[in-house]
Design a protein around this ligand. Sequence first.
Ligand code: SAH
Ligand code: F3S
Length: 476
Amino acid sequence: MEKEILEERQGEILVQESVSKNTKKLFLESYGCQMNFSDSEIVASILNGEGYNTTTELEEADLILLNTCSIREKAEQTVRKRLSQFNAIKRKRPNLVIGVLGCMAERLKTKFLEEEHLVDLVVGPDAYRDLPNLLKNTDDGRNAINVILSKEETYADISPIRLGGNGVTAFVSITRGCDNMCTFCVVPFTRGRERSRDPHSILNECKELVSNGYKEITLLGQNIDSYLWYGGGPKKDFSKASELQKATAINFAQLLNMVAETCPEIRIRFSTSNPQDMHEEVLYVMAKHDNICKYIHLPVQSGSTSVLQRMNRQHTREEYIYLVDKIREIVPECAISHDIITGFCGETEEEHQETLSLMEYVKYDFGYMFAYSDRPGTLAHKKMKDDIPAEIKSRRLKEIISLQQRLSLERMKTYTNKVHEVLIEGTSKKSKDQWYGRISQNAVVVFTKTEGTKIGDFVKVAVHDCTSATLIGKIA
Ligand code: SAH
Ligand code: F3S
């Protein structure tokens, strides 16, 4: 449920350190998944070379860019509202350029320019290198668009400008796109084919983060376990690779091991693990390294094999349970979270009950829960009927949310009366006298600040109390 807020949060505003030679101002707002926030840092880097520094002041912006999300209809509505606010500003300042980036740009393409008249610039997730050219068009008062998807682009050589962060935790993209074709999901259409990034550029980026004082890196990919790099290039057609290339290929477990060994002094997280591709090898790497956090985001979507089949998820309920059992066996202290969709096409009451019983079995720490939203272009939209009435979707959603709250509380209780290592990430929103940070299992802890402690410190915290969402402790 928090992901709803996270994913569709009111565009966090991203600002960078000013480069003094730059004269133009970019107002860049991001919606959606972590990958979008990571992409915005690439966009800021590209535009920094074109004379733009970012700003949080709309009034001084020369260029407004919205990095958008298409995953659910609600996410798109939020962006449309925001665009009409920007258009009100543009009416007073016609030279202002407004652009849409990311998944909505890719999904709606020219429709944005032709029908909606809301924007000057439309750029899909694989076309950010073209921004400087596209901006030349808009400078001349013309509209500009590039929504070409790429099979190669990973922006591997672009050093992202870290925006709006705490200087402690950072995202590093390791794959782009997705080849999975879950029937409900728009991502394969908006972000294109899956490709893996050169491991050397990943390691270099991680080392650079460490030397800049970062203490936690989250490796990102839509389906992180399908990461595969082999000798000659990215994973396009591995079956055609030479024997040597196959023998020297690097999979996710190996990459994770390399990152953990290269950066022993910081924490490593990763997301998202797709059950169908998660290998035991990854679990052994997690178990081996103290600096890999004991947390796996393992979306299940439904606890019913028949629904999973309609969703084109490549595993059954039983296979998912087998994987969870393996996690519990190999990494016993691991926290597991989920994504679940309620009210997918044809979901019966029995199928819904299977989701509830699976949740009870796994005892998830946490979860992101959504009512199914029919998305144009997806296979479900073309071939199935969105036939579960809104009130049933929302009743089922309420049921899984309240079950998750109970499970979260049970899991949080298991972390109390123990001492945990916590990375201090910032000042608690509720009290300026308290820090907040996370334990390895990703649960948030708040505790009173003590002298000498600062953001970016690893501290030992004795946890004595909790709610379903927060641990409460004291520096030990
Ligand atoms: N790559 C990730 C998911 C990306 S989308 C994975 O493999 O799981 C994030 C989550 O949004 C999904 O896991 C799913 O639970 C949810 N989602 C995707 N499409 C949706 C739709 N049409 N309606 C409701 N929720 C959706
Ligand atoms: Fe979407 Fe399934 Fe890929 S949820 S991002 S198509 S793994």
